[in-house]
Design a protein around this ligand. Structure first.
Ligand code: HEM
Length: 201
């Protein structure tokens, strides 16, 4: 089942969710490591190139995810969620969706405004054009700070989101995480609390 159902996520959503999740965690670690001041310059240059290529991959997948999200039904929230949790998770999900696009766009803006004018080669193969932005040290510093703040904000939200999913799985023992792992079966829950309920999100 590729598309979402009213009671659970389809494989399209699940594959995009985990691919973007792994890319983002990897990019945050890579971004942090490559910007350490004591790193060898040659290694730093190649880590920047990897970071830019994986970052552009994350951006492309985030756009596909957005189109997929707009063109699919949204499964009903799991019945055991309180109204506060529902509102909190809707806000977190909207912010995650927005930041997975804003963070790589800000990264692309750094490469585009840098006076060093280093080309962005997608996995050493395809030249990614720079955004039509003026190159200056002030603009590069601005986008560099914006990228770092947004990326570490995204890291905080990812931690919150993953923590909530683990809490639901191990403490509440409901289907919140299983639905996104593709191991939720209709009627698998043993009591009414674990079933997704009707209503729209
Ligand atoms: C979801 C995607 C991305 C994430 C999560 C991410 C994350 C990060 C992080 C955490 C840093 C370190 C910030 C610091 O400590 O100063 C960083 C730096 C950087 N990123 Fe990204 N990044 C992403 C996408 C991109 C893209 C698409 C590009 C360019 C095409 C890019 C270009 C850069 C550059 C040039 C730096 C170094 C900035 C500096 O030297 O101050 N990033 N990124």
């Amino acid at each position: 089942m590729l598309r979402n159902r009213q009671d659970t996520f389809g494989w399209g959503t699940i594959v995009l969710h985990w691919a973007i999740a792994f890319l983002i965690v990897g990019l945050i670690i890579l971004g942090y490591v490559m910007t350490r001041p004591d790193i060898d310059p040659e290694l730093q240059f190649s880590l920047y190139q990897w970071h830019k290529s994986f970052g552009m991959t994350a951006l492309s997948l985030a756009f596909i995810r957005l189109i997929w999200w707009l063109s699919n039904i949204h499964p009903d929230p799991v019945a055991s969620l309180s109204s506060l949790e529902r509102r909190g998770s809707s806000v977190t999900h909207a912010l995650l969706l927005a930041l997975t696009i804003a963070v790589p766009l800000a990264g692309w803006a750094i490469a585009s405004t840098s006076t060093l004018n280093i080309p962005t080669l997608f996995f050493n193969r395809l030249l990614i054009p720079h955004l039509p932005m003026e190159k200056s040290e002030a603009a590069e510093t601005f986008w560099s700070n914006a990228h770092a703040w947004l990326a570490y904000g995204l890291a905080g939200l990812v931690a919150l989101h993953a923590g909530a999913a683990l809490l639901h799985h191990f403490w509440h023992r409901d289907v919140v995480l299983r639905r996104m792992l593709g191991i939720f079966r209709r009627g698998a829950a043993s009591n009414a609390d674990q079933q997704p309920e009707g209503g729209d999100r």
